[in-house]
Design a protein around this ligand. Sequence first.
Ligand code: NG1
Ligand code: ZN
Length: 535
Amino acid sequence: MALPEAVLAASRPYPLPAGFRPSYGTAGFRAVADLLHSTMFRCGILMAARALKTRQITGICITASHNPAPDNGVKLVEPSGEMLCQEWEAYANELANAGSDAELAAAVEGLLGREGIAAPGPGTVLIAHDTRPSGPGLAAAAAAGVRCLGLEPEMCGLLTTPQLHWMVMRRNRGKAAGEADYYAALAGAYAQLVAGTQPLGQTLYVDCANGVGAPKLAALAGQLAPAGLTLELRNTGDGVLNGGCGSDFLQKDRQLPSQFEGVAPGTRCCAVDGDADRLMYFTPLEGGGKALLFDGDRIAVLAAMLVKDLISALPGGAGADVRVGIIQTAYANGAASDYIRDNLGCGVEVTPTGVKYLHEAAHRYDVGVYFEANGHGTVLFSKAFLAQMQQLAGESKAAADLLALSVVINQAVGDAISGILMVEAALRRRGWGLPQWAALYTDLPSRQLKVKVADRAAIVTTDAETRVAEPRGLQAAIDAAVAGVPRGRSFVRPSGTEDVVRVYAEAESQEAADALADAVARLVHAKAGGVGPAP
Ligand code: NG1
Ligand code: ZN
């Protein structure tokens, strides 16, 4: 059967639902799971085409991350293990929105023609999913799409998003890439990083968000215990996915997650999200109910300190010219940015929201540290820097430790599991508990709100999303609201994962931050087509 006919025939069970207009957002496609079968089928075709184009393995992870359990979504993986290259996002949208089987077949033919791709196969696409009940069915739809172009889907079953990214990266480098290899690599490198240091001596409590992080952390835990790290897992699947637990819940509400009521104030705790690519440390506060957060900004600061410590211990001036950069988004707390600028002596860059932008910027450094405030991020090492460390590793423990750090911290994508090991190693090497980490700086109080508008695309931003270009007049009004608020800062942007406009405000006091967020939300509602009653 010729290719377009094969697409026509195979796509029949996966029609685009009437009125559904999927849009490739901050991290791929996301929607209520029932709508997504056609999207998954078409993403299968897309990533098969990407594998043919690059002659390497690609990946598809079916997850809606921190979204509610009835949602699902898809994250698409490049051969490098990174997110789908931005040039192909237009193809993703084109395929996902083709109105009929015939239109889809034509779009696929157009893509293959424009990219000079000879199909059918051979090739391989790895497919994994999180714990959502809709996962296996959507994975099957993606697999049908892969087969359309004559490639083999390899069904990896239940994995965290970062595990799948890691496997794609490793497979394409010809390295051991199974799940057991992932655990062995991380645990081995962690043991090296903490060798000769005192264990922190307290169990680490982990909120697994009732998601895929639970079984995966359980699989790793036994290998960490000999190196002095004991994990106690909570929210391991007995409750609702991301419901009253997980890193997103903590960040938004600063409330203790469920199952942490009995944990003593001061205890070292952390939380991951539904697909275990975000990490937030926290500790219960005295008085009950509330948590003190150690967010992505604070993790980035700790990571940069560890990197700088190691670089400064390199022999013979090898560390002198190493370029270390920290990349943040506008959501980074102002106090964290001030601390980095005043104390760490490394470059700070701000990019638009979405790890694809942070990741790209991090590649421009020898060591690029990037974290979103919500705990999504990693530390990237350049090939040249790692090659230099390989040469020095025989004579320098610092160089060997930098290599170990590059193994602990996922080089493909932000990974909560490897983030935990990095934080634990960084604290332990300094002999620090949470109090010393907390004392680096005090977060400015902040508030995030959502505003419903008729068309969120009506808001157009510039300057890494810190300013509004359209609708005209909105930015001047925001500036006026911010003026006179001590340490006040506010910005708005359309979400890439939800049908809302997000409002962020920070100020010297919580009351002032709340009031500023409220005022700016009202401005958005009034000037950008708010839906429903004004906030
Ligand atoms: P949107 O919905 O575009 O704000 C959210 C997060 C991003 C990123 C993506 C993908 C905030 C404010 N935004 O994007 O940082 O993590 O989800 O998961 O946290
Ligand atoms: Zn996630």
